[in-house]
Design a protein around this ligand. Structure first.
Ligand SMILES: [Fe+2]
Length: 303
C-alpha cells in the first residue's frame, strides 16, 4: 500500500515531467515557426548584389574596370519561389554592366515561365552582350534547346552552350566560353577543348558554367588557362546551419558551395578564380537560411 507521502511524491514528479515536455514541445514549435517565417518571408526574398574584384596580369588594358553581372538559378515559377524578376532587373541596371551572364536553371516545367523570364531580362542590355548556358533544371521537364531558343528570341540572351566567343574592345580581346550542364545525359562532356588551343597562355579566359564542379573535370594544363569561372547550381546550400555548414550542397566538391576560391597553379604563376553564386530562386523547399539570394558583380582589374 503506497503511503500518502509516496503518492503525493509521484504525483508531483509526473506533473512536473508533463509540464516540462509540454514546454519543450511549445518551444520547438515556436522555433520552427520563427525559422520557416524568416526563411520564407524574409531571407528568400532579400535579393542582394555580392561584389568581387578579379585582378590579373592577363587582362588586356582595354578591359580594365570591366563589370560582369552573373544572374543564375532564377527557377522562375518554381513552387513557392518568390518572383524576383523585377528586383533582378533593378539591381543589375544599377551596376551598369559591360557583360551579363546567365548560369542556367531558368524556369521549371512550363515554357510560358521561361518566356516571362526572357521578356523581363530583355530590359537589360550590356555593350559586350548577354550570354547564357543551361542548368540541370532546363533538362528535367523541358527541352533545353527550346528553353535556350526562347531566351535568345525573347530575351536577347545568346546561347553559349559548348561554345566560345571573343569579346572585343578597341582591338583587344578576351575569351568567353560556355558549357553544357556537366552531369547531364549528353556524355561525354562536349566542351570544346580544341578551342582552348586557339589562344596563347597569357590571354584572359572566362568560363560560364552551371556547376562549378566542372572545373575539376579539366586536366591541369587546361585549368591553368582559365582565369575566371562563373557558376551557380549550389544555391549556396540554400538552407544552411548559420552559414557554417550546408547539409545539402548539391555539389561533388563542397569547396565550391558559395563564394570565391582562388586556385594557384604552381610553378606557372597562374591563378584560376572560381566564383559560385547563391543564385536567385529556390529548389525543393522555398526556403533560404543564411544563404540569401544574390546576383554577382565581378569587376576585372589589370594587374
Ligand atoms: Fe538551381
Amino acid at each position: 500500500m503506497p503511503t500518502l507521502t509516496s503518492s503525493l511524491y509521484r504525483l508531483f514528479f509526473s506533473t512536473r515531467l508533463r509540464a516540462t515536455v509540454t514546454i519543450l514541445f511549445l518551444l520547438a514549435a515556436l522555433t520552427g515557426f520563427c525559422f520557416v517565417s524568416y526563411a520564407y518571408f524574409i531571407e528568400s526574398r532579400t535579393l542582394q548584389t555580392v561584389e568581387y574584384t578579379v585582378v590579373s596580369p592577363d587582362l588586356p588594358s582595354e578591359f580594365d574596370g570591366t563589370v560582369i553581372v552573373l544572374i543564375t538559378d532564377t527557377h522562375q515559377g518554381r513552387w513557392g519561389t518568390f518572383d524576383l524578376r523585377n528586383k533582378v532587373v533593378e539591381l543589375t541596371k544599377k551596376e551598369k554592366p559591360d557583360l551579363i551572364l546567365f548560369g542556367g536553371d531558368y524556369a521549371d516545367k512550363k515554357y510560358y515561365k521561361v518566356e516571362a523570364l526572357a521578356e523581363s531580362m530583355n530590359a537589360l542590355s550590356a555593350p559586350l552582350g548577354k550570354f547564357g548556358v543551361p542548368g540541370n533544371h532546363d533538362y528535367v521537364h523541358l527541352d533545353m534547346e527550346k528553353v535556350m531558343g526562347i531566351l535568345q528570341e525573347k530575351g536577347g540572351i545568346v546561347n553559349l552552350t559548348d561554345k566560345g566567343v571573343w569579346l572585343e574592345k578597341n582591338g583587344q580581346r578576351i575569351r568567353l566560353f560556355g558549357t553544357d550542364y556537366v552531369w547531364n545525359r549528353r556524355f561525354p562532356l562536349q566542351f570544346p577543348y580544341y578551342e582552348m588551343n586557339d589562344r596563347t597562355e597569357d590571354e584572359f579566359v572566362v568560363l560560364l558554367t552551371h556547376s562549378p564542379d566542372l572545373f575539376d573535370r579539366f586536366d591541369p594544363e587546361h585549368q591553368r588557362r582559365i582565369d575566371l569561372v562563373l557558376a551557380g547550381h549550389s544555391h549556396g546550400g540554400q538552407v544552411t546551419f548559420f552559414g557554417l555548414y550546408a547539409p545539402i550542397s548539391m555539389l561533388r566538391n563542397r569547396a565550391y558551395t558559395s563564394g570565391r576560391i582562388d586556385v594557384e597553379h604552381f610553378p606557372y604563376n597562374k591563378t584560376s578564380t572560381i566564383i559560385t553564386s547563391n543564385g536567385v530562386g529556390t529548389t525543393g523547399v522555398p526556403l533560404r537560411f543564411f544563404s540569401p539570394p544574390q546576383i554577382v558583380k565581378v569587376t576585372l582589374k589589370k594587374q
